[in-house]
Design a protein around this ligand. Structure first.
Ligand code: NBP
Length: 485
């Protein structure tokens, strides 16, 4: 009898090929397909050679014919119109109860739309985040599936067996929620990744330009940090990068142009935070920091014209390195607190029932932001699933308290030295704002009411009552309609 596939995977680029090999390692039979057909044969004769659990297909008809029912087809293609095009091409070949999975970095509104569109046709749909890059896809990614809940039992076994596992053996994959929830959580993951990377880069610049440390010294600092509370994949690779030399002995990091690229998921997170009115300031700063870095030519010109600080660091370098570590840790806690605030608001806005501890567990292994720290976040939500803000959890509150003097010293010193620390500084400003019972927004409301009759609420009256003052004596008594973010 002809061998049948458990799942088909379309898209034989780096992610798709490695996911297929991973599924095959776990005993699943996978049918491989790609728009450019030559890549099917290249894969079968290359990385997939000798595996009877990987079958190639040279048309969608052939691919569908090779699948067990209900059929499961996973797309690992470029996000955007390629996904919609493949859905349309697949539809004539599928029947009610079949499942399409999009594992690319799709924008969550597209996943909401596609889930509904396919549900109307009786086709199940999952939009899933897959993180961990090439290595993760091959040996265990973090997988964040959302979509039609009826689809989860069909794919749970495959996904949880190929996903990364925590030290306790728990899979870094669980059901996230309805329609776009999986891609939303993946988007937030990527935003947090932007924040983590920016924080590390700021620590690097402060050590390099402020303290004058060599790459080798910084390699040792990051390697040391990776043994403690900051133990994470990104700190680990930073230590590796700083220690890496080419054949001539040159540190490769010094040869790389300081102009950052981006693919859009950090920007989506920032835009969505503005839409939902959640102050996710650190991720936004991280996106803007990449934008500023990309203005390389302008910066080079400006560096010759705009004067900065003449101050030089004086003091105990080793003690200051420890201050930087603590400032990084405190800023990172703020960034994750903001990320979870965003997901909480998104769940309310889009009607998802997100399990925040489950999200932390999914990010605990396999993905780019994997860290020991995420285990602590999981524990915080285990202690209190209704935790309103990570900053209020006893464990994180304690760390922030112990890091706070260092954090303030680092931000103040960077200002004095003229070294930009946008992410460290915004984290501290957020912290001070969040813990402030009375912000200056009373004056802001007065300004709005002064020039636009936007009205204000009063501290001595119940919330929800709006007042207007005729500030100049010449204005009328008509007020504008109110608007609250
Ligand atoms: P790419 O994002 O480079 O996409 C390559 C695949 O998309 C190929 O199979 C290509 O087919 C197909 N494709 C393209 Br491009 N345009 C198409 C179109 N108009 N119609 C049909 N197919 C089209 O591959 P990747 O880096 O493996 O990523 C796959 C997905 O996973 C993406 O959404 C990506 O954002 C996401 N992702 C990537 C990573 C990573 O580290 N690379 C990590 C996590 C998630 P062809 O061979 O015929 O050109």
């Amino acid at each position: 009898m002809e061998k049948k596939g458990d799942i088909a995977l379309i898209g034989l680029a780096v992610m798709g090929q490695n996911l297929i090999l991973n599924m095959s390692d776990h005993g699943y039979t996978v049918v491989a397909f790609n728009r450019t057909l030559s890549k099917v044969d290249e894969f079968l004769q290359g990385a997939a050679k000798g595996r009877d659990t990987i079958l190639g297909a040279h048309s969608l008809e052939e691919m569908i014919g090779l699948l067990k029912k209900p059929r499961k087809v996973m797309l690992m293609v470029k996000a955007g119109k390629a996904v919609d095009e493949f859905i349309e091409l697949l539809l004539p070949h599928l029947e009610a109860g079949d499942l399409i999975i999009d594992g690319g970095n799709s924008h969550f509104p597209d996943t909401i739309r596609r889930t509904k569109y396919l549900a109307d046709k009786g086709i199940l749909y999952i939009g899933t985040g897959v993180s961990g890059g090439e290595e993760g896809a091959r040996h265990g990614p973090s997988i964040m599936p959302g979509g039609n809940p009826a689809a989860w039992p069909l794919i749970k076994g495959i996904f949880q067996s190929i996903a990364a596992k925590t030290a306790d053996g728990e899979p870094c994959c669980d059901w996230v929620g309805e329609d776009g929830a999986g891609h939303y959580v993946k988007m937030t993951h990527n935003g947090i990744e932007y924040g983590d990377m920016q924080l590390i880069c700021e620590a690097y610049q402060l050590m390099r330009d402020g303290l004058g440390l060599t790459n080798q010294e910084m390699h040792s600092v990051f390697a040391e940090w990776n043994k403690g509370e900051l133990d994470s994949y990104l700190i680990e690779i930073t230590a590796d990068i700083l220690g890496y030399r080419d054949e001539s002995g040159t540190h490769v990091v010094d040869l790389i142009l300081d102009s950052a690229g981006q693919k859009g998921t950090g920007k989506w997170t920032g835009i969505n935070s503005l839409e939902l009115g959640v102050p996710v300031t650190l991720i936004a700063e991280a996106v803007y920091a990449r934008c500023l870095s990309a203005l390389k030519d302008e910066r080079v010109t400006a560096s010759k014209l705009l004067k900065g600080s003449q101050a030089v660091f004086q003091g105990d370098r080793q003690a200051f390195v420890e201050d930087i570590r603590k400032a990084l840790l405190a800023s990172k806690i703020v960034s994750y607190a903001q990320g979870f605030m965003l997901m909480r608001e998104a769940a309310r806005e889009y009607g998802w029932n997100l399990n925040y501890g489950g999200v932390a567990l999914m990010w605990r292994g396999g993905c780019i932001i994997r860290s020991v720290f995420l285990g602590k976040i999981k524990q915080a939500y285990d202690r209190n699933p209704a935790l309103s803000n990570l900053l209020l959890d006893d464990y994180f509150r304690g760390i922030i308290e112990s890091c706070q003097p260092s954090w303030r010293r680092v931000v103040a010193k960077a200002v004095e030295l003229g070294i930009p620390l946008p992410a460290f500084a915004t984290a501290l400003a957020f912290y001070d704002g969040y813990r402030c019972a009375r912000l200056p927004a009373n004056l802001l409301q007065a300004q709005r009411d002064y020039f636009g009759a936007h009205t204000y609420e009063r501290v001595d009256r119940a919330r929800g009552q709006h007042f207007h003052t005729n500030w100049t004596g010449t204005g009328g008594s008509v007020s504008a309609s109110t608007y609250t973010v």
